[in-house]
Design a protein around this ligand. Structure first.
Ligand code: HPA
Length: 248
């Protein structure tokens, strides 16, 4: 069963026939909200709004561990994350969709691992390729079936937020090799890997990153909402194609 974590601009799934909602208790506290179970194109899916259904939880306060644990406990087979990003690379303008292939983590102070017990053997996790490649491949096929041109690959920089970056910080991220920047990709991806859940992301570019393109003189937060609304409609179609490819 596919689980979808919706980010900013995606607090509910249009066309999801909701069957039930379930509050899941976890050893890590409360997830961002009750899990929503339903059918999308006749296939079972679970949906969770990362920032809460009222969009009230800022990126650094999201209980990523509880969210991933809850999805895993409900037999999610794959997790597809939808994340709004700022575009750093020139061809990642507002409205572009990308399926990132790599991550650089700049976040701090978040609960970022399931393996922090001191009374068991130390556990390391291979994270060389942070996204699940077969799921990425299906997502790319789903995008093609939806008639959407998406950028296949790119490096996602995860920043702490909730403030946006300075122009100099974006220059540094670019020198580091980042193509896009968002605030929620980590530790979500790493926790999914730790718990053994195949995870991939679709990044929705909602603005040029600070100091770039139309954000040269600052980021217009009003424009972001309009871009996001339009792009999320296209994401919906891709998600529908993905569940059709995946089955239950
Ligand atoms: N920076 C960080 N996170 C974001 C941005 C950005 O420019 N746009 C959307 N999420």
């Amino acid at each position: 069963m596919l689980a979808i974590i919706g980010g900013s601009g995606l607090t509910q799934l249009a066309n999801l026939e909701v069957t039930h909602r379930q509050v899941v208790r976890t050893p890590y506290g409360e997830p961002s909200g009750a899990l929503t179970f339903g059918n999308l194109k006749g296939r079972k899916v679970i949906f969770l709004a990362r920032h809460g259904y009222g969009h009230t939880i800022p990126p650094h306060k999201v209980n990523y561990r509880a969210n991933i644990w809850a999805l895993h406990s409900q037999q999610a087979g794959n997790v597809l994350a939808v994340a709004a990003v700022g575009g750093i690379r020139a061809d990642l303008g507002p409205g572009t969709l990308a399926i990132p292939g790599q991550i650089i983590d700049y976040t701090y102070g978040r609960e970022f691992t399931f393996f922090d017990a001191t009374d068991r053997g130390v556990t390391h996790t291979d994270f060389s390729y942070p996204y699940h490649e077969p799921l990425r491949a299906r997502l790319l096929r789903a995008a093609a079936l939806a008639g959407e041109r998406v950028i296949a690959g790119g490096t996602y920089a995860a920043t702490q937020g909730p403030r946006l970056e300075t122009a100099a910080e974006i220059n540094r991220l670019e020198r580091d090799g980042a193509d896009m920047v968002g605030m929620t990709g980590m530790p979500e991806a790493a926790l999914a890997r730790e718990i053994g859940l195949p995870y991939a992301a679709i990044a929705v570019v909602v603005n040029h990153a600070a100091g770039r393109g139309s954000s040269e003189h600052g980021i217009n937060l009003t424009d972001i909402n309009a871009v996001s609304r339009e792009a999320m409609m296209r994401v919906h179609v891709i998600l529908e194609k993905l569940v059709e490819l995946d089955g239950d």
